[in-house]
Ligand binder design. Structure first.
Ligand SMILES: [Zn+2]
Length: 173
């Protein structure tokens, strides 16, 4: 399966340059990053605003006609950074163990949105490229921060909000 279906993103109010840029970005990722893609990195690399980048990734996760990603929440211990819990298909974890099994720190659920990293896994093979737009000028090599649950659930963009709400409902949150 190629990335041809990304052209359907125009049905979700995304511009052609943003869609082309996403296709280019996905086609140029190293294979060992395919399970850990971060929309904030796409935002920096392609100079796309953060809300649009997050909106694109969530839309490509949630809607079948543009399905490109699965999403995973990875909660890490605020104290020792060990992975505490992983949940697939959701953007917010609600069940946490009481203690970190590595360092025994008590886990405060209310703080955990800030320590839950959202990663996207590519579920289509981006290679061979059917059409690779030219790389954007001024492509960046700055490393993006992790996208956290907290950044998603407190996002002010109305389009991000609406898709985040839908995804939370689907997961019974
Ligand atoms: Zn710990």
């Amino acid at each position: 399966m190629s990335l041809n279906h990304l052209k359907n993103l125009k049905n979700y109010q995304f511009s052609k340059p943003d869609i082309d840029m996403l296709q280019w970005w996905l086609q140029t990722r190293k294979r060992n990053t395919w399970n850990y893609l971060n929309p904030l990195q796409y935002s920096i690399d392609c100079n796309i605003n953060i809300e649009t980048a997050i909106g694109l990734f969530l839309t490509c996760t949630h809607h079948k006609d543009v399905k490109t990603f699965d999403v995973r929440s990875v909660a890490k211990c605020p104290n020792c950074d060990s992975v505490i819990t992983v949940e697939n298909g959701c953007i917010e974890i609600t069940d946490f163990p009481s203690f970190c099994s590595e360092c025994c720190l008590p886990i405060e659920e209310t703080l955990m949105d800030n320590f839950t990293e959202i990663v996207f896994q590519l579920v289509v093979d981006p290679i061979p490229p059917v059409f690779t737009p030219n790389p954007p000028t001024g492509v960046n090599t700055i490393r993006a921060e992790a996208l956290t649950s907290s950044k998603l659930v407190t996002n002010n963009s109305s389009s991000v909000k609406s898709i985040v709400d839908r995804m939370r409902k689907l997961n019974g949150k």
